[in-house]
Design a protein around this ligand. Structure first.
Ligand SMILES: *Cc1c(COP(=O)(O)O)cnc(C)c1O
Length: 403
């Protein structure tokens, strides 16, 4: 086989797709994915340019629409995402996770539509649903994502979209995806899942009935704190006819450089998630033994209220641990200021362990009653467990808690 021709990916297993999916070599037969840092493309003739714009010729015309490196990232991610037998999905990359969530919702909503969302959401996702959608005449209803009866009541009326995040940020609530998708589809709604905490390695929302999946690639996909990125996955019809024109004309395009970095990140995502999960479980089990800690929230702990559900719908528990300290904000600050190895940072999914105080950082702008309704108290600390030696992390946390 010619080394420049991309190989058929359909029969590969997920780990192979993560390393080779979408690879299409240039005439130089390079090993690694080529990086096409170009905004535009040239035409051999005026006729060729015309044909490229009227659609008779399928080729690159402008990197806001399509770029070879970005397209490789999109193909690889689409191939990595778990789907039910016979389902086809496509992927569109965006400049950030928030651009992905914004586009996934706004591309399909119009005045008069209705959205039902879980209330435990990443701060900016909450802002889009709560502040932005009503400006455009979209009705929004928030429910406790873990309460199926609340979903049932909210979805008793015709609904356009359901938006949810599971596990949620930062309180790690687990939502029953299969049950909510069934209720949503009966109400005529498309289900959009923010799958950032789980990644395609740990959870496959399409297999549980989701219609659209959104990612921040900034988090575990890059996983090394280098660049922003995002992606939306859905049916080819949705990606081509609904999402495609929205992205093309509003312009949240992913840089080819960032797409290249993220492609290399996808190659090791599976390996890294395995270590993230093992480290996080060890750290969570240690924290559970500490008297300074009122509560440890981690889906892998038997004490997690949706532990059995997480076991059913996830393949691993993830990298994030939430810690509720007995002494409120002052104890939270003592822990943050006391750790030496773990950094204070609001990012997550990084190789480096990072810790933040959601009340005063990621969720600062929410009203206190909204924070409390989401389970965020002043004593809550979110820990993104990295790839260091877990024994070093445990020692660091132990020292900081004692002081
Ligand atoms: C970080 C994050 C986002 C936003 O992603 P950005 O790349 O920072 O724009 C959305 N949802 C969740 C759950 C996140 O953690």
């Amino acid at each position: 086989m010619n080394s420049n021709v991309s190989k058929p990916a359909h029969s590969w297993r997920p780990r192979t797709k993560a390393v080779r999916g979408g690879l299409s070599r240039t005439n130089f037969s390079e090993t690694a994915e080529a990086m096409f840092m170009t905004s535009g493309y040239v035409y051999g003739s005026a006729e060729e340019a015309e044909a490229s714009f009227d659609g008779t010729l399928d080729r690159m015309v402008y990197s806001r629409f399509k770029n070879p490196t970005v397209a490789t990232f999109e193909t690889r991610l689409a191939e990595m995402e778990g789907v039910p037998e016979g389902m086809n999905i496509a992927c569109r990359a965006t400049a950030s996770g928030m651009a992905a969530v914004h586009a996934a919702l706004l591309c399909q909503l119009r005045a008069g539509d209705r959205v039902v969302a879980s209330k435990a959401l990443f701060g900016s996702c909450h802002w889009i649903i709560n502040e932005l959608l009503p400006r455009y005449g979209v009705e929004r209803v928030f429910v406790d994502g873990t309460d199926l009866a609340a979903w049932e009541t909210a979805l008793a009326k015709p609904t356009t979209c359901v938006f949810l995040e599971t596990p949620s940020n930062p309180t790690l609530e687990i939502i029953d995806l299969a049950a909510v998708c069934e209720l949503a589809h009966k109400a005529g709604a498309k289900v959009v899942v923010d799958n950032v905490f789980a990644t395609p390695i740990l959870q496959s929302p399409f297999e549980l009935g989701a219609d659209i999946v959104a990612y921040s690639a900034t988090k575990h996909m890059d996983g090394q704190g280098r660049c922003l990125g995002g992606a939306v996955l859905g049916s080819p019809e949705f990606c081509n006819d609904v999402l495609g024109p929205f992205l093309r004309n509003t312009g949240p395009a992913l840089s080819p450089f960032n797409a290249w970095v993220l492609l290399k990140g996808l190659e090791t995502l599976d390996l890294r998630m395995e270590r993230h999960c093992a480290n996080a479980l060890q750290v969570a089990r240690f924290l559970e033994t500490r008297p300074e800690v009122a509560r440890v929230i981690y889906p892998g702990l038997e004490s997690h209220p949706q532990h059995q559900l997480a076991r059913r719908q996830m393949k691993g528990w993830g990298s994030i641990v939430a810690i509720e300290l007995t002494g409120g904000k002052s104890s939270a600050y003592k822990l943050l200021n006391g750790v030496e190895l773990i950094d204070i940072s609001n990012n997550l999914g990084d190789a480096k362990s990072l810790m933040t105080h959601p009340w005063t950082t990621t969720h600062q702008r929410l009203a206190p009653e909204d924070k409390l309704a989401m389970g965020i108290s002043e004593g809550l600390v979110r820990l993104s467990v990295g790839l260091e030696d877990a024994d070093d992390l445990v020692e660091d946390l132990g020292r900081a808690l004692e002081s």
